[in-house]
Design a protein around this ligand. Structure first.
Ligand code: BGC
Length: 779
């Protein structure tokens, strides 16, 4: 029997507006029509491109154009967005029922599936802090299954723009500042999702600021583009991702949705990408002809610019049918390639936020907690808490007891239940008095803290401080891109709805959950805590020596003003629906503090690259994150890769050897302490000539996360593809692996003075060049 809420949820997944134009006159057959026959041929071994050509040949001109944008008409779609339809149902595109072609149905991420009462995982940045590839792949699997349960087939939650500056409003949606680290996690997510659905990686490229995203032109040189801003996209393309979403901003003077260098020369010709490219939403392309010529396949999410302009442009020969067919063929070939995956039975709604997925969310929340500071009080580190002696615990701060899952824009997940920090601790400490106070009254808070054995302060940000941003002066200008109303009555209704309720509201399908509205945060205004939060820390720390601060944020927070006042600090993120339980697991020592920072925390804002919230032009170079700190000799407050554990580790016998196309690092890690713990072994490396060159002196080449029982050991093997040592030759536009001596540092973070140095000779006398397939070729 289907519960009423399930039935209502299933009904809400319907389509918007007239999407039936091509759902008539079935071309017959019981074998799924032309598309079905092509899919069978692909299953039997036919090349998907060849099979796609048959399908395209069977399409009418109208159907081929239909495949080049979203299926819903523009004004009906916009009205739906403005009146609560966002995140209620997938965005459909390229469905041609006459030929049995399903098209695709898009749903956002990355912290889960944004439609329906889905599992809310910790944000990607938190998952980046786990450095746990296997976990990310399992999260991908869970998301892939939930995606199918809500009727979607394309997951838009693989966000890999590197964190260039911690103020970036959507920092939480990516995994960190380092392209290799980001690439490995995103590849794992993609692998997991694509066992059940298609994945889409975004936003190509250089989309690392929010408020200015619709206007900013990013100037970036060839070397920085390829070595810093693209490797993680390439990694996901190599993993076989189905789709790529272009960014809103422009790169080197060309809007990303119309940028042939990015979408064709690099993505397809150099990397060999075989999937399809979609635009970012509504303002992702401005010129229909230029977008087709550049290699953008599908304009999303509605019939907007192309519907208006392409028929005329075809008549005037500004664009050819060959260009159109090229895009449609790529799209159809990808759908054919994924036909068997998408043909698996669709799970029911009971899968959403099911017990197993909640357990996975809790595992991720616990593994993501980064222990930044843990000083002794009366000769014992404050954490983990001694459950035998803690009788009364003060939990302080407004963020300790609210639903605070992160961004309220495209990544918002309407999960049915949320365990706050207070809930999580109270559940795990049944014989302890867990006392909550919101922290607004400093004196009252200090009073509660003074009467407690330990005080936990939960501070940081919400979607009001950081997140996706739609608004400001540019919107009026961008509205000029809207097509003339196809239905004047609808257009008028939309304008009225926006005038009365200016924010797009996400609409929960979950009872008792109030819509919070679209994020207002955008890029952060400050990298420090709110003044009242810093005052709260001062007031509480003054009266309770066992004060722990948990920081909720999507990226780095500067703690210089108050860190020395408290013995313990953890970064606990927007940690998902089970965040409070995961935090309790770590604070109580049921799980080791095993998270490691996926970014550098500065002592001072001045140590960061420039960041202008409202810029219309910006220059991106190779200098951000730990590379910049290393170049400038600035000590970070906490380096990239850093995280304390409740135990200690020692490394033994690390060595590196060339094995085929890989450099392989092997060694043993001993857990020296009396409890199980997590270590993350990190390999940083460089050609010996890099230190004197203009490029970052070292790179993160590989890493391995190991969990080791008390006083036991683990053998670690880290495989580094030689391609990862390659540098971009900006003049010849190719990759070169320079022969000679490479220096490898095997350490526990980017600034680890105790790192072990290995010296490796790589193919002396031979230059290794990398072709498009990423295999080294001599020459
Ligand atoms: C965001 C994308 C998102 C899309 C659809 C855009 O505003 O930039 O990341 O996938 O909306 O919601």
């Amino acid at each position: 029997m289907v519960a009423d809420s399930d039935r209502e949820f299933s009904r809400s997944l319907g389509a918007v507006g007239d999407v039936t134009r091509h759902q008539v006159e079935d071309d017959g057959g019981t074998d799924g029509g032309t598309f079905g026959r092509a899919a069978q041929a692909v299953s039997a071994g036919t090349d998907p491109i060849e099979a796609a050509r048959w399908v395209v040949a069977a399409m009418t001109p109208d159907e081929r154009l239909w495949c080049l944008d979203g299926d819903s008409p523009f004004w009906a779609g916009l009205e739906d967005l403005g009146t609560g339809g966002y995140h209620k149902r997938p965005f459909p595109a390229a469905r041609v029922e006459r030929l049995g072609m399903p098209g695709f149905a898009f749903s956002d991420g990355p912290r889960g599936v944004v439609i329906g009462p889905a599992t809310c995982f910790p944000v990607s940045m938190a998952r980046g802090a786990t450095w746990d590839i296997d976990l990310e792949e399992r999260i991908g699997e869970a998301i892939g299954r939930e995606l199918r349960a809500v009727g979607a087939t394309l997951y838009g939650g693989v966000c890999v723009n590197v964190l260039r500056h911690p103020a970036w409003g959507r920092a939480q949606e990516t995994y960190g500042e380092d392209p290799n680290h980001v690439g490995e996690l995103a590849a794992a997510l993609t692998r997991g999702v694509q066992r059940h659905a298609m994945a889409c990686v975004k936003h190509l490229a250089c989309n690392s600021m929010e408020n200015a995203r619709f206007v900013v032109d990013v100037t970036v040189d060839e070397v920085s583009l390829h070595e810093v801003f693209l490797p993680q996209f390439r990694r996901v393309v190599d993993e076989g991702v189905a789709a790529v979403m272009s960014a809103y901003n422009s790169v080197n003077g060309h809007w990303c949705g119309e940028n042939g260098t990015l979408l064709s020369d690099i993505l397809r010709d150099e990397w060999g990408f075989e999937g399809f490219v979609i635009s970012d939403w509504i303002f992702g392309i401005r010129d229909a002809v230029a977008s087709v010529a550049a290699g953008l396949d599908v304009e999303m999410p509605y019939r907007m610019i192309r519907t208006q302009d392409l028929p005329g442009a075809l008549e005037r020969h500004e664009v050819s049918w060959d260009d159109v067919d090229r895009s449609v063929t790529r799209l159809v070939a990808t759908l054919l390639r994924f036909h068997d995956v998408l043909g698996s039975p669709r799970p029911g709604p009971e899968l959403l936020a099911c017990r197993q997925h909640k357990a996975l969310a809790r595992e991720a929340a616990a593994k993501s907690v980064v222990l930044l500071r843990n000083e002794p009080v009366a000769s014992t580190p404050v954490l983990p808490l001694d459950q035998a002696t803690v009788r009364r615990m003060a939990v302080i701060g407004r963020l300790a007891a609210v639903r605070n899952l992160g961004d309220g824009g495209s990544s918002d997940v309407w999960t049915p239940t949320v365990v706050s920090a207070v809930d999580g601790l109270a559940a795990e400490l049944p014989s302890c008095d867990v006392v909550y106070i919101d922290g607004a009254d400093l004196e009252a808070s200090a009073d509660v803290a003074a009467k407690s054995d330990v005080a936990l302060i939960v501070v940081g940000y919400t979607r009001e401080d950081e997140g996706e941003y739609i608004g400001g002066d540019t919107m009026a200008h961008l509205a000029e891109l809207f097509p003339g109303p196809d239905d004047p009555e609808l257009a008028q209704r939309f304008i009225t709805s926006v005038a009365t309720e200016p924010r797009l509201e996400t609409s929960p399908t979950v009872p008792n959950v109030e819509p919070l509205g679209f994020s207002t945060g955008g890029d952060r205004r400050s990298l420090r805590l709110h003044v009242q939060d810093e005052a709260l820390i001062e007031a509480v720390a003054r009266v309770n020596p066992r004060t722990i601060v948990a920081i909720v944020a999507g990226s780095a927070v500067i703690v210089s003003a108050w860190a020395h006042r408290v013995p313990a600090i953890v970064q606990s993120w927007y940690a998902g629906m089970e965040g409070g339980s995961g935090l309790a697991d770590v604070l109580l020592g049921n799980v080791d503090a095993g998270g490691h920072l996926p970014f550098t925390v500065p002592i001072d804002e001045a140590h960061l690259p420039s960041f202008e919230r409202d810029a219309d032009a910006a220059t991106y170079d190779s200098w951000h994150g730990w590379w910049l700190f290393e170049r400038d000799g600035n000590a970070p407050a906490f380096p990239f890769g850093f995280g304390l554990s409740y135990t200690t580790f020692e490394s033994e016998g690390f060595a590196a050897a060339l094995e085929g196309d890989d450099l392989v690092v092997r060694g043993r890690v001993h857990n020296m302490g009396p409890r199980r713990g997590t270590d993350v072994v990190q390999v940083y490396g460089a050609h010996e000539s890099w230190a004197a060159s203009h490029r970052p002196a070292r790179r993160l080449l590989g890493f391995a996360r190991v969990e080791i029982d008390a006083r036991d050991h683990a053998d670690v093997v880290i495989r580094i593809p030689l391609a990862r040592l390659a540098v971009r030759d900006g003049d010849r536009r190719c990759w070169i692996t320079e022969p000679g001596t490479y220096l490898l540092d095997i350490g526990r973070h980017a600034d680890d003075r105790a790192a072990k140095r290995l010296v490796v000779d790589v193919t002396p006398g031979t230059e290794l060049r990398h072709d498009g397939s990423n295999k080294p070729v001599n020459g």
